[in-house]
Write a protein that binds this ligand. Structure first.
Ligand SMILES: [Zn+2]
Length: 302
């Protein structure tokens, strides 16, 4: 998930320009597919049964993934943005989730979806980024901007984002639409989805608009930032024995009313800033991940 920063988009734009000088996206894709090597490799004895399926290891915020698959570059109903960052690898469950969601949104009359960060080819943390999770191929950023005409390779490298929240962060702006409601609802009703992080102002709007069964709203969690994309987190697949689910969503009910109001009240009535805590110690990846990263290094040297 992203920490909120008003300046994030200008920073992203600058970084995108830097990346634009790199080789074209397809070259990047070819270079970045070590997963084929892993499929061909003999697995350590403990992993033998799972040779072909993706193996998410660890937690969303500290882990890796063996046998990640790239999101589809030729999917008719979604496109992968900023492919030059190599962050389009996910578990097999992520790939099927994206396929199902994009098909459902298409059938509901929505334009083409834009898919942002998933994970690196082996997962792990994104260097020099404010993303704390996205480490095991089970997190994905899906943009609120949708497109009627497929973006070109150049446009995909440097896409502009659609912010749907007012500058005071207390309400959605005029870019919020019924399509966004449909997108979030279709994602939240997928049984593979654990939770979705979204700006509190958007959650409040969804709460106001929802009719009928409101149980899906429970999975839609307010979090700062997330005003141009939602962060969708999938559950650990049932056969993923090295994957640790996040703690259950606290409380009961749909999280509307009091809970979402409390988030917005933090903006309305800011509390005095607490002194900064000491920086948390650097986390060490799980042992199986260290092995995986070491394998990749060894393969590269060969
Ligand atoms: Zn995210």
């Amino acid at each position: 998930m992203k920490t909120p920063k008003l300046l994030t988009y200008s920073l992203i734009a600058t970084l995108s320009l830097m990346f634009a000088a790199q080789a074209n996206a397809q070259d990047q894709v070819k270079k970045a597919i070590p997963f084929k090597e892993y499929l061909a490799k003999t697995e350590p004895s403990t992993l033998k049964d799972e040779q072909l399926s993706s193996i998410p290891i660890g937690t969303y915020g500290n882990g890796c993934i063996r046998n990640a698959y790239p999101a589809k570059f030729d999917h008719p109903y979604y496109q992968v943005i900023r492919p030059q960052n190599d962050r389009f690898y996910g578990s097999s469950s992520m790939l099927s989730f994206l396929d199902n969601l994009a098909t459902k949104t298409h059938n509901a009359g929505l334009p083409i979806l834009l898919i942002g960060d998933i994970s690196l080819p082996l997962g792990g943390s994104f260097a020099r980024s404010n993303h704390a999770s996205h480490q095991i191929g089970l997190d994905v950023d899906i943009w609120f901007r949708m497109v009627h005409k497929r973006l070109s390779t150049e446009e995909l490298k440097k896409p502009w984002a659609l912010n749907i929240v007012k500058p005071n962060f207390l309400a959605v702006n005029n870019y919020y639409s019924k399509n966004i409601y449909t997108l979030v609802k279709l994602a939240a009703t997928d049984p593979q989805v654990d939770r979705i992080f979204i700006n509190p102002a958007i959650k409040e709007k969804l709460c106001l608009e929802a009719t009928g069964d409101r149980s899906w709203l429970r999975k839609v969690r307010p979090w700062w930032g997330h005003n141009a994309h939602m962060h969708v987190r999938l559950l650990c697949p049932s056969d993923a024995k090295f994957c640790n689910n996040a703690p259950p969503i606290p409380g009961t009910g749909d999280g509307c009313g009091k809970e979402v109001t409390a988030w917005l009240d933090d903006i309305r009535y800011p509390k005095p800033k607490k002194p900064k805590k000491a920086k948390p110690k650097k986390t060490t990846p799980p042992k199986l991940c260290l092995e995986l990263f070491a394998e990749q290094k060894a393969n590269h040297k060969r």
